[in-house]
Each structure stands twice: as C-alpha cells, then as structure tokens.
Design a protein around this ligand. Structure first.
Ligand code: ZN
Length: 619
C-alpha cells in the first residue's frame, strides 16, 4: 500500500424473509454470494450466501481480521449486522457469535443460506482526520444509495471454515445507471445484474469493484488493457483528463520492467472524497494483483492530483513484481484470521517504493536532481524512526504495538535499503547489473504460484548475486547497524550538500503559520512568530484574520481547500487577500512569493564514477 501524507499538518429494506418460502440447498461445490445494491437499508447492503451442502454438524463463518497489503488488524466483522442462518424450510438456525469476526452455525447439515447486512467504513471514519481504529480508506467501503459503491469484496464477503479454496460466484444486483469497474471478467451481465466468478476466496477478495455513474476510460500498454474509473462527487474530474498522464507513466513502467510482468488487464479505481462530509480521509492506495483502489480528496488541484496519482499508482503497479510475483509462504497462504507476517517488508514495500522513484529518472519523467531530492527526503524522514531497529524484526512483528508505529518507515528506510543494495550490486558488477536484474531473476525462480520460505530468501539472493551481498543483508537489513547513506552515494560520485526546496506558504516544515479561532471559525495569522516572505511581501501581520483569497471566502470549514489550493500557486501569480485587522477590513494585493526552505540534499560531481552512475540511473 502507499499512504499519502497530504494532511499531516492539519488536522432499505431488510432482506424480505418469508418463512413459508422453501430454500433449495446448493448442490454444487460453489459458494454463491449475492449483493443487493438497489435496496439499501440505512447505508447498509444486504448480503446472501448460499454454501454447498455441509457434512459436518456445525460450521464457522468468518469475516477477515486482516487482508493482504494493509499490515494492520482491521476486524471487518465489526461492520456486519443482523447475521442470520436459515435451513431449507426458511427456519432460522441457532448462531453463536464467537468474536468480532466469527459466527458458529449449529445444524450445519441443514444450512441453506446465511444473510447479513454490511455497514460502510467511509461514513464511520472518525473526526476530520484519518485516525486510529479507522480502516485505511482504500481498503474500506462506501455505500451511497444510487450514487457510489466502493466494493472492497473482503469487507462484504466472508468464508466458511475449511471452504476458502472453493470457487465463488458473486451476483450483484445494481442500479441500472451505475457502472461497476473491476479487473474481473464478468460473466452473465445485464443492465441490472453483474456476475463474477473467482477460483477461491483469496482471488475474490483480490478484486475490488467500484460502482458509480460511468466515468471511465481504457487504454492499452503493449498487450495489457488498463481501465481507469473515477468517482468525482462534484463532477470535477473526468477519467479522460487523467488518462494521458496515466498512459505515459504506465508505458514507462512497462518499458522499465521488461519481461517481469504478464498481467493482461489492470484496473485503477479512483475514489475522490468530499472532506466536508463524512467521507474517506485515509488518502493513498492499496495494491491488488491486477488492480488498485486509490482515495484522494476531490478538492485537490488538478495538477497536484495528477502528480499524486503518478506517485501512488506507479507504486501499486510495481507491486506486480513483489509481493505479487516474489513472496513468501506467509503471503501465499494468507491467513485472514490469524495472520503471520513475513520478515521481508524491506523488499515488498521498500523495493517497490524505490522502483516507483527509480523508473521515473530511468525513463526521463524526472531529472537526476529530482531523484536525489526525493531520496534525500527519505533519508531525513527515516531519521524520525529508530535507525537501529532490525528491519526483518520490525516486519515479522509489525502487528505488535512497538513495531506498528514504525511501519511507515518501509516507504522511507525501506526504499533506501533498496537503493543502497542497488548501488552495491552496480558497483560489484561494474554497472552491469542492479536490483531490477535481481528481481527479474527472483521472479523467474519463484513467480506467482511458488512462494519462498522466509528464511531462505537471503541465501537465494546471494546465490543469484555475490557472497558480499550476504554481509550487506545481515548488517543493514537483519542487523542493527544504521545504513551509511553518504558512503553508498559516494560510490556513485554523489555527495551531500544543502539544497533549496520550495516550501508551503502557510507551513514551515510541519509547523503552521496560521491558526483557527474555534468559536468564530476564523483563520488567523499566528501572532508573535517570524513570518515568511510570502506573508511579509503582501504585508500580512501576525493576528490578521484571513477572510478571503482571490474572492473565495475561507474559514475552518474549508481551510483544507485553502491549504491544498495554495500548493498549486506559482511564483508571481497575482493574489488578493481580504483581511480583518483590529476590526478594520482591508484588501492586500500583490504577487505570490514561494518561500524556499534550505534542507539536506545530494548532488552529483562530474568524476570517474560518472559511467557507474549512468548505469545505475539510466541503465
Ligand atoms: Zn505498497
């Protein structure tokens, strides 16, 4: 998955039951699931599951405790209500709820079907900011009658004990006006019914479906079809508008990857949320084998949405390499109820995040300096975490409290481990081979259907590379020695320096220049602090109340619009701010001056390492 850090600084009808109706028992060896998206009960969707005939006296039905890619225990059973089981005569069977996620059903031999209602997760996210206990929105669900349904199948459909390897048939009754975008191939289809099949539970829940009024497009990258579907509540964004950037990026990714990937259809499902309502607030994306669900605020400026989409979708798409084609047994035989974690998050998330940056410089989408800036940012961010925490230990124990909080370091230090390993491999092979070559070999060795044992991975990597790589892995990945980034950069003729990066007009780092009066909701320039050049050049003073900017009124309710809107301002754009200063209203006119922040960075020197560096970044 990839979390986005946009907001760091601020922040029916119940199924009609008629006891006289007889239910025939399912004679096939298939789990038949139906979802009713037409008759919505209080934001809840009715689910009916018809299992094959049971030979046991009782059975247990489970909703997932955890799903692949999130690395967090989310208890999807929390969102299930009115769980009922019926026999063939339509008589209710006795059911005992065992815990958050499981229900034991007695008299299983006569079980004909179960029914329950599913609540959505977007509406129940707490407060104005993505918080603890909330399900990361790209893994969550939305149920908005006649308008939008985010069907992350793992949150709607569960499995019976020992039957999760049976095929599933999913029948969705849907409003005629809504289109369901997914990477699954649909079978029987009509204007009001979609039917999908999956070979087993894990495959079903690997395939999200997003329903909304048609706003989708598709394009080909070699022989792979990509579908991009967008839900934009206020109709601001069209799939067609995002298509050129996505197409350019994915062409470049496919070119960078070469033979690794053989996916035929890939779906990008983008849900844009309205933060003024109870709606999704966990921005970012979650990967699946052949699709990704992305959540961003609709209030983002177009340019910034495009940039963020490039970052997160390229990350998710690179998961095709790992963990999707190169993964351990913990992932292959994923246990949705009692999860066991692999030691190798440095590879699944770290190398993926590194690739998402490397391919951009490799394919000319960003400059070398942009690439160093991004890596320098990761070095700075990684220092917020314990640099001596062994990455393999953190990964295996990521569900425990003391390691859970370090999870986000997989996108920082994890990516840097990938970079340093890449540099080491390039140095060892005179620039010939790097980490992409290693991942190609690993995916040939293992692949989608053949997992590795967690403990054998390092030895396998060494056998495909050279013995000193064992020292690297033991010291910096499994060991507690901090990575000496400067030493690795120096091998490529890249050295530490101070660089200037554009800052935000309302924030210095994570410290805001503005505050809010909770009673009046007014936005106030913080008094008693040194203001930045943007503010002083316009004549803003501490204590000024910001009433409007360029004729748009702002207060606490839409402060987020103001902040993210400001991120797309360019140097010297004309700007007019209406303020209130000591009861007097006044208008400040001028141009935007973007403040520059001086931070640690890296730059390349023109020296003998140039050929090696070219091989690393452009090879
Ligand atoms: Zn990821």
């Amino acid at each position: 998955m990839k979390k986005s850090f946009l907001s760091v600084a601020f922040y029916g009808t119940i199924i009609f039951l008629n006891a006289s109706v007889l239910f025939a028992q399912n004679k096939s060896d298939e789990i038949q699931v139906s979802l009713d998206l037409v008759n919505i009960n209080n934001d809840r969707v009715a689910v009916t599951i018809v299992p094959p005939k049971f030979k046991t006296d009782e059975t247990t039905f489970f909703m997932p405790k955890i799903i692949p890619g999130t690395y967090s225990e989310d208890d999807y059973g929390r969102y299930v209500e009115n769980f009922k089981a019926f026999n063939t005569k339509g008589v209710e069977l006795s059911v005992a709820k065992m815990d958050e996620n499981s229900w034991v059903i007695k008299e299983a031999k006569s079980l004909a079907k179960i029914t329950y209602l599913v609540n959505d997760t977007f509406d129940s996210e707490s407060g104005t900011e993505f918080g603890k206990g909330d399900i990361f929105s790209p893994a969550g669900t939305n149920i908005a009658e006649g308008e939008s349904f985010v069907i992350n199948t793992h949150a709607f459909v569960g499995y019976f004990k020992d039957l999760n390897d049976l095929p599933y048939q999913l029948t969705i009754t849907k409003p005629v006006a809504l289109y369901g975008a997914t990477a699954m191939i649909d079978g029987d289809k009509s204007d009001s019914v979609d039917v999908f099949t999956a070979t087993r539970y894990a495959e079903l829940v690997d395939n999200p479906i997003m329903y909304n009024k048609p706003n989708f497009t598709s394009f080909m990258v070699d022989d792979m079809e990509i579908i991009l579907s967008v839900y934009s509540p206020k109709g601001i964004f069209k799939a067609e508008d995002l298509k050129p950037a996505m197409e350019k990026m994915m062409q470049a990714q496919k070119k960078f990857l070469g033979a690794v990937n053989s996916t035929k259809k890939y779906a990008i499902l983008l849900y844009l949320s309205d933060y003024e309502k109870e709606d999704a607030k966990g921005y970012g994306a979650l990967e699946h084998n052949t699709s990704t669900v992305v959540v961003f605020p609709e209030a983002m400026p177009a340019e910034q949405l495009e940039e963020s989409m490039i970052d997160v979708v390229s990350h998710e798409f690179f998961h095709i390499v790992t963990p999707l084609s190169v993964h351990s047994k913990e992932i292959h035989f994923f246990d949705f109820t009692t999860p066991k974690m692999s030691k190798h998050l440095w590879m699944y998330e770290g190398i993926t995040e590194y690739f998402a940056n490397l391919f951009q410089v490799n394919q000319g989408l960003i400059t070398e300096d942009d690439f160093y800036k991004r890596m320098a940012g990761k070095v700075t961010n990684s220092k917020q975490y314990d640099e001596t925490m062994p990455f393999t230990k953190m990964s295996a124990d990521v569900l425990q409290k003391q390691y859970k909080d370090a999870y986000l370091n997989v996108y920082e230090k994890g990516a840097l481990i990938g970079m340093c390993l890449d540099i080491q491999l390039r140095e060892n092979s005179d620039g010939e081979r790097g980490i992409l070559d290693l991942m190609q070999k690993l995916s040939k060795e293992y692949g989608i259907t053949k997992p590795f044992a967690d403990d054998e991975l390092f030895d396998k990597i060494v056998s495909l590379t050279s013995p000193d790589i064992k020292t690297f892995l033991d010291t910096y990945v499994a060991g507690s020695t901090p990575l000496p980034y400067e030493d690795f950069f120096a091998k490529m003729g890249v050295f530490k320096t101070k660089i200037q990066i554009p800052g935000n007009v309302f924030l210095k780092g994570q410290a805001p220049y503005i505050t809010v009066n909770p009673t009046t909701k007014e936005i106030i320039v913080l008094p008693g602090i040194e203001l930045n050049g943007f503010m002083t050049s316009l004549g803003l003073q501490g204590g000024d109340i910001i009433k409007s900017i360029n004729d748009t009124d702002y207060n606490l309710d839409n402060i987020y619009d103001m902040i993210i809107g400001s991120m797309s301002w360019q140097e010297n754009d004309p700007i007019t701010i209406k303020i209130k200063r000591e009861e007097a209203e006044m208008e400040l006119k001028g141009v935007v001056k973007i403040p520059m922040d001086e931070v640690d960075g890296f730059h390349a020197t023109d020296d003998s390492a140039k050929a090696l560096r070219e091989a690393w970044l452009k090879g």
